[in-house]
Design a protein around this ligand. Structure first.
Ligand SMILES: *Cc1c(COP(=O)(O)O)cnc(C)c1O
Length: 496
């Protein structure tokens, strides 16, 4: 008998459904580049009206539902898999990654306890060990897959607190604990400080130098003032590849300072940590090998589908101390193999590492290195072409994030330019502020991006500049009008 209950479709029907899903995603992959990167927004009302048709009171053909959903995904939303999405580190996933997701979902192994899913846990450990070795971290480095960089950074704070304050586990955060990260760091630190009970004021944002890197002199001053005020610094974060401008903090110097001061040194390399896979680019991360913990997102520059952050630390003992738990219902620990639920933030744990393992195994290291180096060259091409077109680059990074600005124009003018590019459909760019100044940000983030896409972006930007320059009055150019539209997530200031 094929069907055993109301939710069992049977293997034949299941195969048909999965084939439909495959056809739909392949069709999208074939056609996405021919359409706009960001189709016109339907508005929330239209979306909700469509969804109101689904009251779930009866059954429907899953193929039809899938087709309808995929139609809406195609029509409504920013296409992060488009080769001219010059966006926020969201990659076009590799087919290996997508296949890995499918298999992980279907087997649905529970990685909480080692003994429940030894193959899956070992596959993840193997990938984490590979990355740790590429980064130059010591043998015995441990870690876990996370939902993303934010969870990995949260893990770092918990481990750092556990290492520094013996009372943290039982009585919580001492009131005067503070951490340091640059003013250009990822501001998930503020949420993390809130969540851990440190409080947002515990995040001391250190001023940056002219290249948007954490300024060690400013750090020294800030720390001296904190110590004088009775605060207790416990963590120094170096960002390797800031989200806004791709700045690389001076890691060797920060590692030295952290060691001298007894601070936990965390390197947030969520995006740029990927370059550890290229011999040519890896030296840019020098100093990371001295970190007490590291964050890398495979779902950024390693082109994995989302939900693939990674946390690494050489302090296996502190990791176990930070997350230990024991219950009567969890399976007993396997000797020498720590249970993921007792060494990480999550309890139930999906097999996030398979998609990364499969892509690494199938593509191989040289292909990854070639892709990363190619993206860097495309970034250099973009920067050079924009310079020729008279744009002023306002960030200084060897990585393929290019930020340009008109220093005489305000936020509204930059928003108008970005909006023109996005509404034109030919490319997607975003707005950012660097050292408080508005800029237009572009990142080579899809492995399908080529030179012709870079040229198309340069054209779209020049057209947008011409249109914005003519259409707006002097007030807009100096940013005197309207609310500040920078850093708005999603589409660049359009619609909503
Ligand atoms: C993206 C990013 C994060 C957050 O990672 P998520 O995967 O979005 O949770 C943290 N730090 C840096 C430097 C990032 O670029």
């Amino acid at each position: 008998m094929e069907h055993t209950g109301p939710l069992d479709l049977g293997a034949d029907e299941g195969a048909r459904l999965l084939n439909t899903a495959v056809d739909l995603v392949v069709r999208h992959a074939r056609h996405v580049a021919g359409g706009p990167v960001a189709p016109p927004e339907p508005g929330t009302g239209a979306l909700r009206a469509w969804l109101a048709g689904y009251d779930f009171t009866g059954a429907a053909a899953a193929e039809d539902v899938l087709e309808e959903v995929v139609g809406r995904l195609c029509a409504w939303g920013v296409h992060t898999t488009h080769p001219r999405y010059f966006g926020l580190f969201n990659p076009t996933p590799t087919w290996w990654g997508v296949a890995g997701e499918l298999v992980a979902a279907a087997f649905n192994p529970q990685l909480a306890a080692y003994s429940h899913a030894p193959a899956a846990v070992e596959i993840e450990r193997h990938v984490l060990g590979f990355l740790a070795a590429r980064l130059g971290l010591p043998a015995g480095t441990q870690g876990s897959f996370t939902t993303g960089g934010a969870e990995a950074n949260l893990t770092a704070v918990i481990v750092a607190l556990t290492r520094r304050f013996p009372g943290y586990a039982r009585s919580g955060v001492p009131g005067r604990a503070v951490l340091y990260a640059s003013a250009e760091s990822h501001l998930a630190w503020l949420k993390i400080a809130h969540m851990t009970g440190l409080g947002r004021d515990a995040v001391r944002l250190v001023p940056v130098d002219a290249r948007h890197r954490l300024d060690p002199a400013a750090l020294r001053e800030l720390r001296a003032a904190d110590l004088a005020a009775g605060r207790e610094p416990f963590l120094l974060v170096g960002t390797a590849g800031t989200t806004g401008g791709g700045a690389l903090d001076p890691l060797p110097e920060l590692a030295e300072l952290a060691r001298g001061w007894g601070l936990h040194f965390h390197v947030d390399a969520a995006w740029a940590g990927a370059i550890a896979l290229s011999e040519r680019l890896r030296p840019l991360l020098t100093g990371i090998e001295r970190a007490d913990s590291v964050t890398v997102d495979a779902h950024k520059w390693l082109s994995a589908p989302m939900g693939a952050g990674m946390f690494l630390t050489p302090h296996a003992g502190a990791l176990a101390e930070s997350f230990h738990a024991a219950t009567s219902y969890m399976p007993a620990e396997t000797d020498g193999a720590p249970d993921p639920y007792a060494t990480s933030v999550q309890w139930s744990r999906r097999f996030a590492g398979l998609k990364v393992f499969l892509a690494l195994a199938a593509a191989g290291l040289p292909a990854y290195a070639e892709q990363l180096e190619r993206d860097v060259r495309l970034g250099e091409l973009l920067a050079a072409r924009l310079r020729e077109e008279g744009w002023k680059r306002v960030n200084d990074s060897p990585l393929p994030v290019v930020c340009v600005a008109d220093p005489h124009a305000g936020a509204a003018w930059h928003a108008a330019v970005a909006e023109h590019v996005v509404t034109g459909g030919g490319a997607w760019v975003s707005l950012v502020r660097l050292a408080g100044q508005p800029a237009i940000r572009m990142c080579v983030t899809s492995h399908r991006t080529g030179e012709e896409d870079v040229e198309a972006l340069v054209r779209a930007l020049s057209e947008a500049r011409a249109a914005a320059g003519g259409a707006v009055d002097a007030k807009v150019r100096t940013g005197e009008t309207g609310p500040d539209p920078t850093l708005r997530p999603g589409r660049t200031g359009r619609g909503s």
